[in-house]
Structure formats: structure tokens, C-alpha cells
Design a protein around this ligand. Structure first.
Ligand code: BGC
Length: 757
């Protein structure tokens, strides 16, 4: 596969780009994206740029319901696809030097360097350039989005005149005339309500069409010439959508001009009555007086607190070290866990593809990262997000013909409504329901917070189990309960019968939910009455559940001794992935869909996803047989694939294989394995990368009140250390070839088992 290996400098804490390549601007805009869980943006240049670029700045939870566009309408399709909305631009700074526009596409770039300092949470760019008029400048920009203050971003923009005196017109602006690259009908997503300027700051209030999210985009600026403040020209309303503030100044050769700009978004919230302009004013009053360096110190300190808990240190392999920090950095930029209405989109704040924000990725991949590196409230918020959307999931199932409180959570959503519109996924990729139940189980086994099940989780579990009980049907031929017409996690198969993973997780949901109901009934009778009333629960429902549990059809091949991905899987030509021509890959970009469907090739873990989730249910020998059978057919063309395979390979002691897959998942974007970096980063799969280390190379598992580890370090790694929260206590793990240390930072009652002892 073609990779852009080694483009970025390998460094333990930084991502560094040293070339200016106009064809790669969009790629690097993705890599250097910054955010704080509330807002985020691609690394677009501040100054005007006429070359190829993908302008993107996003606000968590702000979306537009873009009317569905499909070839042939099918009953049950959602009316709209929720698009993460490109928000107004607050970073813009237009610059004219002796009346010529500073535009990297038009001038000669002598030196160029970008750097993302992940330790400090800061993005920097240095450029040395010559304009057509002969003026040579050096530009140095530092930018960050505050972890401390949701609505605050800050830029320091420095210009040094290298070869001549010159006149500079510098014009920071905010602009609300914004489009989404992926708009279906070229609708306008925003309506501009008002533009406001005061001496100190300017702001644009805009509202999203249809969804009515009200947002204030604001900015305030200070300019210094050699550290002396420069008076601005009056703030100027440039157009219906744009406000700028200009400064005009002659600068001498060798002297420096410094612009400090702060800005960002304030989203109206029901619980805050203060108007948006007053809120913007408050932020400007508070932060404009800070020196940029002081703001920076606060930022560095906030990131230090994150790294103190969530850093993973790898000694002996800088490639791997840089990659894991890159993944951890972006996960923290995407979701802070402060707000149960927000979630983790596959592209986070780095692009628009996938629309929506929430996929099964959150429960299946992301939850463990936030659960083990943050306080409990963070992962609980991820669970609450689904709980608050339960009514919509019940409505969604109703639309598809299910009843009596059965819920089907959406494949993709912003507010609980389904917005995916391909029948084979919307109606058939129902295994997602299982992951949502699994996340509740996973959360409780790690945190011991059974109260969550009592208070909220049980309602979700009952509704999901009711869905499964109705979705199974009885096959007289097989004398078993079957699930027909589904798409498993491997999306390269559609409308198959008896996808083993789906059948297995559906059955598991019934077993797990039943256990929880009985526990609540026995130990929390008051809660039981409340829940039974609210959910209309009737103990007779267990009759059908029990029959299904005893008689679920789980396809198996006696000859191969493996579970079958689905009925008829062995009818396929069993050609291994390494026999495919490189020019055919990725097959989803090169093959017709019917060819993909007929082939044996697997997009991502499917049977093996079940082995990952339910490892206690299977022996190592069973895992080995299934891994050896399925992995060779797997193309890993979903970003979610290599991490699960890496973990399983570690469990099997195939450490070289696990290591190779680890590099593929952790450097997926840095090395652009899937050739789509320009569209944004693969944020949700980054959590899988973290799992590949914690559950793979450190062999971490939790069962009952015991946490297990197994040192599976790759040969190259001299040592590995990290911390995780287990039941509220922080555990420090240091592994090397010669020692394994496990240190509780606080008291804990959890037992640690190492290599079975
Ligand atoms: C994968 C899905 C995933 C989605 C978003 C698809 O390519 O097949 O499993 O939920 O991407 O990450």
C-alpha cells in the first residue's frame, strides 16, 4: 500500500513538518488540527490563501439536518443527515505588504515549518517568504485553543521585515460566510442575525437554519510594534457577514510586528440567560489583558494535568512513542467529558466526513480510553448520552415495525435520531445496539458503579433486549433462533443471515439484562417497582428470552473448527489478502460493490470483534483457530480494524504481528495508510490504538474484582509505562524486559494478577 511514510519528523512530543508542498496543504491541515472538546479547527492558515485548502472550524453539538439525498427512497429512511457544521471563521488575518497580499500560494516560500507541540497543546508555524514586490519577511504564528476556557482561542502572529522597510496593513477579521464541503443541496446552513462592534471587540451572532443553534463568533485584537502598542483603525463592518479591525503601520527592516488575537465561539444554552454578546464581552474583558505568554502558561499547565495521568511512555521506539501521544492528544482535544450532550465523532473537529457525531465507535472503542484515564463522571457522561436518547431509539425501532418498548439506537446520530440512509446499514447494521449494552457492562465492571444500572442503564438494557427478542425469528429448518438480513461489523457483506457476531452479542444482551433485572429485583426492590412501572416490565418476557438464549443459532464449521462469519461464508473463494494486487487496494476505492460483496475480503474485525469483547467465553485455542482463519482475509480498510487484531495477536503471543498492526493503527494518519488524510483524522480509531497498548502489550483485563496483566512488550521496546484509573484509584504500571511494577497511587481493594499468578 502506498504510504507517505517519514513525511513528518519523528519526535517523542512533537509533530513537525519541514516543507511547504502545495499539494499537501489539506493533509497537514488535518494533522495539525487543534480543539478542546467544545470547539476545534483544522490547521488553516490565518492569512488569505488562494491555493487548495479545506477550511474547517467546528463547534461540538452544532449541526444542520441536511435533507436526505438518495437514489431510491425506502420507507424507514431518515428525513435528514445531521452534518457537523462548518462554523464561522474566527482566525482570519488578511495582510497587505506595500499593498500586495500576503498569500503563500503566490509568493516564494524560502523556509517553512509547522510544529504541533503535544505536550503543551500548541500549534506553531514559521515561514520565510519573498513577496512578488521583493519584500522578504519572516512570519511566526503560535495558536492554541484553551483547555481551560471552552470559548477561548488565541493567536500570536509575528512579522519580521528581513530585507527592507515596508508598510503593513494587517486586518484580523471574523467571517460568517461559510459553507460545508459536503452539503447535499447547497443549502445555506447559517443565518446571520447581527454584527456587533465595540471599541474592544467585535462579534457576529448567527443562527443555524432549521436547528436554531445560536452562536456568537467573536474576536479582540492587540497589535505591538517592537513591544509598543499600535492604535487600531476603527472596527469595520466589511460586509453582511464580515467584520474586521485594521492596523496600518510602517515597519523598519529588522523590526517585529506582533498581533495578538483572541476569539472563538459561544453557543447559547438554555440554562444561561445572559445574552451572547455580554458573555463574549466577559471573556474579552478577562483575557485580552493577559500577555500571550501568560495565556500560554495556563494552557501548558492544563495539558500537564492531562499528561500526568494519560501519558504512555515507550522507551526504545520513538516512532511508536510519537504515534501514541498523537492519538492521546487528539482524543483529549475531541472530548472532555464535561457535557453529556456531546460525543466523539469519527473525525472529531478535523473534517466533515461521516457527519453526525456518534457511532458505535464510541461504545466499542472510545469508552475504555476515557473510563481509564479520566474521573468516572467522564465515561458516565458517555453512557448518559445514550440514556437521554432512549425515547428516540424506541421511536426509531417503532418506525421499523418493532413495538412494546423495543429500542434500536441509530447508526449515526447527533440528537438521538437516526441519520444514516443506506438500507444495508440503517436497517441492518443492528449490532450497534449490542455495543451500547456492552459499554454499560464494561463501565460497571471497571468502576463498580452499579448505581448507574439501577438509575438509568437498566432501561436501556431492557429496551435493547426487547429489540433483540423481536428481531430473532425461529427457523423450523434449523430448530434454532436466527437473525436474518443483517450487516455485521464487516461492512463488505450486506444483508447476510446469521452473522455470528450479531447473533452472539444479541444473545449476550439477553443474558446480561436478565441477570441485572434479577439482581435489582432481589436486592433493590424499590428500584425494581419503579423500573417495572416505567418500562412496563413483565416477568413473562423472560420466557421468550430463555428460549432464545438456549437455542440461538451460531454458525460453526466442524471442518475448519471456526465460527462462521455468516451462513454460506465457506461458499466463497478463500483467497488471502496478500494475493490481492496493490493496485486493487483499498478495494472500496477500486472495486464495484457487487464484486466486494461476493469476495471473501473482510473490512474489519467481525467474528474477531466477538472474540475481543467476550474473551472469557473462549479458550486460547479457539481464539488461535479463528484468528488464523480470518486475519489472512482481512484488509483492515476500516481504521477500526488493526487495533483489535493487534490486541488479539498480543494475546496469542504473536508479538511481531501485533507490533506491525500497532504501527498501522497508531500511525494511520501520520503515515496516511488509508490515503484519505485530507478529509480529516480517524479520531475514534485512536482509542483503539491506546487499547492495543494497554490490553495488548500490557495484557490488561478485568474480571470480577481482579485486574490482570501480561507483559507482551515488542522486542524493540525497552520499557512501557502508563497509568489507569481502576475503581477510582490510580494504578501506575511500569513494564520492561526485566521488571514489572504495579503501584497504586491511592488505596485500592482490587487484586492484581500477573501472568495468571
Ligand atoms: C466502519 C464502521 C464505523 C464507521 C465510523 C466505517 O468505515 O466500518 O464500523 O462505525 O466507519 O468510524
Amino acid at each position: 500500500m502506498k504510504k507517505t511514510n517519514n513525511y513528518f519528523v519523528v519526535d517523542p512530543w512533537k509533530i513537525i513538518e519541514t516543507k511547504f508542498d502545495k499539494n499537501r496543504v489539506k493533509y497537514s491541515e488535518s494533522i495539525f488540527s487543534i480543539g478542546n472538546g467544545y470547539m476545534g479547527q483544522r490547521a488553516n492558515f490565518e492569512e488569505d490563501y488562494t491555493g487548495d485548502t479545506f477550511q474547517g472550524s467546528y463547534i461540538g453539538g452544532v449541526y444542520y439536518p441536511d435533507k436526505t439525498k438518495v437514489g431510491w427512497w425506502k420507507i424507514g429512511y431518515p428525513e435528514y443527515f445531521a452534518k457537523v457544521l462548518n462554523a464561522p471563521n474566527w482566525i482570519g488575518v488578511s495582510i497587505k505588504v506595500n499593498e500586495e497580499s500576503l498569500d503563500l500560494n503566490k509568493c516564494k516560500v524560502k523556509n517553512f515549518q509547522r510544529e504541533l507541540d503535544m505536550q503543551k497543546g500548541v500549534y506553531k508555524r514559521k515561514v520565510q517568504l519573498i513577496l512578488k514586490n521583493g519584500i522578504e519577511l519572516s512570519v511566526e504564528v503560535t495558536r492554541f485553543i484553551s483547555l481551560n476556557e471552552n470559548s477561548l482561542g488565541a493567536i500570536e502572529y509575528k512579522i519580521l521585515a528581513i530585507n527592507n522597510d515596508c508598510q503593513i496593513l494587517i486586518e484580523p477579521y471574523i467571517d460568517s460566510d461559510i459553507i460545508n464541503e459536503d452539503s447535499n443541496w447547497d443549502d445555506s446552513f447559517w443565518e446571520i442575525k447581527s454584527l456587533k462592534k465595540t471599541k474592544l471587540f467585535s462579534a457576529i451572532i448567527s443562527k443555524t437554519n432549521k436547528t436554531n443553534f445560536e452562536v456568537c463568533t467573536y474576536m479582540a485584537n492587540k497589535l505591538f510594534y517592537e513591544k509598543k502598542a499600535v492604535d487600531p483603525l476603527p472596527i469595520n463592518i466589511k460586509s453582511k457577514s464580515k467584520i474586521s479591525q485594521s492596523f496600518k503601520i510602517n515597519i523598519k527592516k529588522g523590526k517585529i510586528l506582533t498581533l495578538n488575537k483572541i476569539g472563538g465561539y459561544i453557543k447559547a444554552k438554555e440554562n444561561i440567560s445572559k445574552n451572547l454578546i455580554d458573555q463574549a464581552k466577559e471573556i474579552v474583558d478577562k483575557y485580552l489583558k493577559f500577555d500571550f505568554d501568560d495565556l500560554l502558561k495556563i494552557q501548558i499547565n492544563s495539558w500537564k494535568k492531562i499528561w500526568d495521568v494519560s501519558d504512555v511512555k515507550i522507551d526504545g521506539d520513538v516512532n511508536a512513542q510519537q504515534a501514541i501521544r498523537f492519538n492521546i492528544f487528539h482524543l483529549n482535544q475531541t472530548y472532555s467529558g464535561k457535557d453529556p450532550e456531546l460525543n466523539i465523532g469519527p473525525k472529531g473537529f478535523t473534517g466533515e466526513k461521516y457527519g453526525g457525531s456518534t457511532y458505535w465507535d464510541t461504545e466499542a472503542f472510545c469508552l475504555p480510553f476515557y473510563m481509564l484515564t479520566k474521573k468516572q463522571s467522564v465515561s458516565k457522561n458517555l453512557l448518559k448520552y445514550r440514556y437521554f436518547q432512549l425515547d428516540k431509539a424506541i421511536e426509531n425501532a417503532k418506525k421499523l415495525g418493532f413495538d412494546k418498548g423495543a429500542a434500536l439506537f441509530p447508526m449515526v446520530t447527533m440528537n438521538g435520531e437516526e441519520c444514516h440512509n443506506e438500507w444495508e446499514i440503517t436497517f441492518e447494521e443492528i449490532h450497534r445496539n449490542g455495543a451500547i449494552a456492552y459499554a454499560i457492562y464494561n463501565y460497571v465492571r471497571f468502576t463498580n458503579d452499579f448505581n448507574y444500572i439501577n438509575e438509568m442503564g437498566i432501561e436501556v438494557l431492557i429496551a435493547i433486549s426487547r429489540f433483540w427478542a423481536q428481531r430473532f425469528s425461529f427457523s423450523n429448518d434449523k430448530n434454532k433462533y436466527v437473525i436474518l438480513g443483517v450487516t455485521g461489523p464487516n461492512e463488505y457483506e450486506n444483508n447476510v443471515n446469521n452473522n455470528w457476531y450479531t447473533n452472539y452479542i444479541a444473545r449476550w444482551c439477553l443474558i446480561f439484562t436478565k441477570k441485572q433485572i434479577i439482581k435489582i429485583q432481589n436486592f433493590y426492590p424499590n428500584d425494581f417497582s419503579r423500573i417495572a412501572k416505567k418500562t412496563n416490565w413483565n416477568l413473562n418476557e423472560f420466557n421468550l428470552w430463555d428460549k432464545i438464549i438456549k437455542n440461538t443459532y451460531l454458525p460453526y464449521s466442524n471442518e475448519k473448527e471456526v465460527f462462521l462469519q455468516q451462513d454460506g461464508f465457506l461458499d466463497k473463494e478463500l483467497i488471502k489478502a496478500n494475493k490481492l494486487k496493490l493496485t486493487d487496494r483499498p478495494i472500496n476505492q477500486n472495486w464495484s460493490w457487487d464484486r466486494i460483496l461476493r469476495s471473501v475480503f473482510i473490512k474489519q474485525a467481525d467474528v474477531l470483534q466477538g472474540f475481543y469483547f467476550f474473551s472469557e467465553d473462549f479458550s486460547l485455542d479457539e481464539l488461535k483457530k479463528n484468528y488464523e482463519f480470518y486475519e489472512p482475509f482481512t484488509l483492515h480498510e476500516s481504521s477500526l480494524s488493526p487495533s483489535i487484531h493487534s490486541i488479539l495477536a498480543s494475546r496469542l503471543g504473536l508479538i511481531d504481528n501485533a507490533y506491525h498492526l500497532y504501527l498501522q493503527t497508531s500511525r494511520l494518519d501520520l503515515d496516511d495508510y488509508n490515503q484519505e488524510l485530507d478529509e480529516g483524522l480517524h479520531i475514534t480509531s485512536m482509542a483503539g490504538t491506546w487499547l492495543a497498548i494497554i490490553e495488548g502489550f500490557a495484557g490488561m483485563k478485568i474480571n470480577d474484582d481482579t485486574i490482570h496483566f501480561k507483559n507482551n512488550l515488542p522486542d524493540k521496546w525497552k520499557s512501557l509505562s502508563f497509568k489507569i484509573y481502576v475503581r477510582g484509584s490510580l494504578l501506575q504500571i511500569n513494564l520492561s524486559k526485566i521488571h514489572n511494577n504495579y503501584i497504586w497511587e491511592d488505596k485500592s481493594t482490587v487484586k492484581i494478577i500477573i501472568k495468571g499468578k
